[in-house]
Design a protein around this ligand. Sequence first.
Ligand code: DGL
Length: 245
Amino acid sequence: MSNNPICFFDSGIGGATILKEVIKLLPNENYVYYADSKNNPYGNKTKKELFKIASNNIDNLIKYNPKLIVCACNTMTEVVLNKIRKKYPNIIFVGTEPAVKVIHDKYQDKKTIILTTKATGESKRFKMLFNNYKTDNTTLIKAPLLASLIENNKNTYPYLKKILKDYKGTEVVVLGCSHFPLVKDEIKEILGNVIFIDGSIGIANRVKSLLENNINKENGSIKIISTDLFTKNKILKIIKKDDET
Ligand code: DGL
């Protein structure tokens, strides 16, 4: 049915950076966003733990009869999405991967950092992607504390300063976690005016192409399932915020 929702999940507010781009392309859809803040950070969990959490998130979303489910999380995509697709063969999933290929295709000559969670950086799937598309100018930096600092509304500047201080002169930053676009300003304060790359626009295009003739014609809605009101309001703020750089 064309008015069935497009569902999303992530370990809290991060996936809203993707939801925002999807809404821009498909403004009349019904959306259900599952903000699993209680299990944040996903990036420091084992594959077994992540599979259990992803299954639980999906079981909660299946009740809404989704048209498709966006795994709005690089960590889940890299570590367990293949296995999840096998467990739920009737559901269409769209995953989120660090945009390493963009560097290969467009920014070969630019000094680049790829920022990921610990689990993403250490996953087999990401390592393959990285080894296939990294350039001589690419450095991988794992940031195990960043997603939880962002989720918990903490000051990220001192931590970012610590992990990025040796990378002055960087020209491109790949944001390999859906929480990381939320700290572009802090990264710019440390590295200057870099080019940011994240996968959200690509995901929005992918969602649109998968829906083809199944687009909702009536007015859409947004339902946010979250542990608390603060998280819900934060998500609403992210999806309404005007674009900056
Ligand atoms: N936002 C998720 C990602 O894209 C998860 C971050 C986390 O909870 O560690 O990887």
